[in-house]
Ligand binder design. Structure first.
Ligand SMILES: [Zn+2]
Length: 533
């Protein structure tokens, strides 16, 4: 028998958390055929891994690439971090389902993060087919967004839902699960998901328990109300009888940073009483989202057209500023805490000359108060502005990273490919999340062993998602593999200069195909849309 690929001479870290060992890895087709010291046998392709670590391909357990696959199926910025699978449909956003005639509402809702949103489907199943047809190079695990369920049934309005509405949402959720979704996600700071009361979310969770669906939660508030918000997410899983994942565990706003210990304690206590709760984090102290999410939820009531109307109305703008401006220099919302205008950076905008400017700098440049400059920009750009906001602290980031129930999710928005000039100053996590955990946090800061770091990116999320034969290096498992240099693996992307691929990851294999080969990308289109096992 001839193996298709033999990875020779490397050190295997198998993803389970077990200590490394010297071993070769043989691949036959899309599966791992054998793992052992000095495998002998003919192979069509031999990869020399001496001095390198051979690990399972990383699983990005929280990503927003779903709006970008259609334009960038190679997923280069993600795969070159060693990722072979990503979990999308997060934070209440998913491109499906879409109710007949409601595509515009979905476009206004999701388009702001810069994706091309050519929505050619209605059901979740039709959408997954469209995704398969572009042949992504990465494996995709899809959730259905609670916001999409609501837009398709209740619409964009802030109103209490009737039992019929909930039943309609349940039907769409069930349809999505049957088509291959792993569960549903909320973004309880993002309208219209934010308009749901806890009971609605418990009912939806309960409805998917028999299919073992999962609830992935961007919680209701990550600042002043963070503890109650974590309690709510845990309650939804506990009463719904489903597993819960707390997305990007963080505390925003310096006045709230001290709450992190009690946040982690809430997770520990729930686990101790048997609740299936875990979480994820990205290794940076800044977040990124659409800038219009700085506006209070009531400003979004009714969708984009109503939001723009409100931003155009003097009295309403004054009301927004009265509610949010703190001491003239910070902007505070219930969901995000108080962030200085000098800590909020324009990341992506059709006016590229503004990208990289903080709101404080924009205010100086335009001679306006920062709040006015921001609202003018949102109005002019029809809310299509991405931002990076430095609202967290690094001590908390390390604390969360080290927690035993926390895995790695980039929360990154966007994908890119090629080496030409690229516009925007997107969050560097788009290029650097996984190498940053390996290089900065495992090697340099020694926060945990390399084995633990790899486990948090592979075996742990694989277990969370219920994978049977993926996420570990074992015979008969899928041949998803990352090969990296433990001495040099490094994120190169910075906030000032984000469009930099990571270094020290020369080989990545997706379902048996060598996709990153000697540091060069060869988009193979061998990714699969995974469905629950
Ligand atoms: Zn989120």
């Amino acid at each position: 028998m001839t193996w298709s690929v033999l990875i020779q001479g490397g050190t295997v870290i198998d993803g389970s958390g077990s200590p490394r060992q010297r071993a070769d890895v043989a691949i036959e087709g899309d599966r791992i055929a054998a793992i052992g010291p000095q495998l002998e046998g003919p192979a069509e392709r031999v990869v020399d891994a001496s001095g390198l670590v051979v690990a399972p391909g990383f699983i990005d357990v929280h990503s927003h690439s779903d709006l970008f696959y259609l334009g960038c199926p190679s997923s280069e910025s993600k795969i070159r971090q060693g990722c072979t699978t990503e979990v999308v449909g997060m934070c209440s956003f998913s491109p499906a389902p879409i109710a007949p005639g409601r595509a515009d509402a979905v476009r206004g809702w999701a388009g702001g993060i810069g994706a091309s949103v050519d929505l050619q489907w209605e059901t979740f199943g039709q959408y997954l087919e469209a995704l398969r047809s572009v042949r992504p190079s990465i494996n995709v695990v899809h959730f259905v967004g609670h916001g999409a369920l609501r837009l398709a049934t209740v619409g964009p309005d802030n109103r209490a839902v009737a039992p019929d509405d909930v039943r309609a949402m349940q039907r769409l959720l069930d349809e999505a699960l049957a088509a291959g979704a792993y569960g549903y996600s909320t973004g309880l700071v993002y309208p219209p998901s934010a308009y749901a009361v806890t009971e609605e979310l418990v009912i939806l969770a309960r409805g998917m328990a028999r299919r073992r669906g999962l609830y992935f939660s961007h919680v209701r508030g990550e600042s002043a109300m963070v503890e109650d918000s974590i309690r709510e997410a845990i309650r939804i899983g506990e009463e719904g009888g489903v597993g819960v994942q707390i997305a990007h565990v963080k505390v925003g706003g310096r006045e709230n940073w001290g709450k992190m210990d009690s946040v982690l304690r809430l997770i520990d206590e729930a686990r101790a009483r048997g609740v299936d709760v875990s979480g994820d984090v990205y290794p940076y102290h800044a977040g990124s989202t659409k800038m219009d999410n700085l506006l209070p939820a009531w400003v979004h009531d009714g969708g984009l057209p109503r939001l723009l109307e409100r931003l155009g109305d003097r009295a309403t703008r004054r009301r927004i500023a009265d509610e949010c401006v703190v001491d003239g220099e910070r902007w505070g919302t219930i969901s995000q805490g108080r962030v200085g205008f000098d800590e909020i950076m324009i990341a992506t905008c059709a006016r590229h000359e503004l990208e990289g400017l903080t709101l404080a700098a924009l205010a100086r440049q335009t001679g306006k108060a920062p709040a006015e400059a921001m609202m003018d920009l949102l109005l002019e750009q029809r809310a299509t502005v991405g931002m990076v906001s430095f609202s967290q602290n690094l001590e908390n980031v390390a604390k969360v990273l080290a927690h035993p129930a926390i895995m790695i999710g980039s929360d990154s928005i966007g994908l890119s490919e090629g080496v030409g000039p690229k516009h925007g100053k997107p969050h560097p996590r788009m290029y650097g999340t996984f190498p940053r955990v390996l290089g900065e946090y495992a090697r340099e800061r020694r926060l945990f062993s390399l084995e633990t770091a790899v486990h948090k990116m592979t075996g742990m999320p694989a277990h969370r998602l219920g994978f049977k034969q993926r996420g570990l290096l074992r015979p008969d498992y899928a041949a998803d593999i990352a090969v990296f240099d433990p001495l040099t693996v490094k994120d190169e992307a910075t906030f000032q200069d984000p469009h930099q691929y990571a270094g020290g990851i020369p080989y990545v294999v997706v379902n048996g195909a060598v996709v990153v080969d000697g540091g060069r990308m060869r988009a193979a289109g061998t990714g699969r849309v995974l469905t629950p096992e």
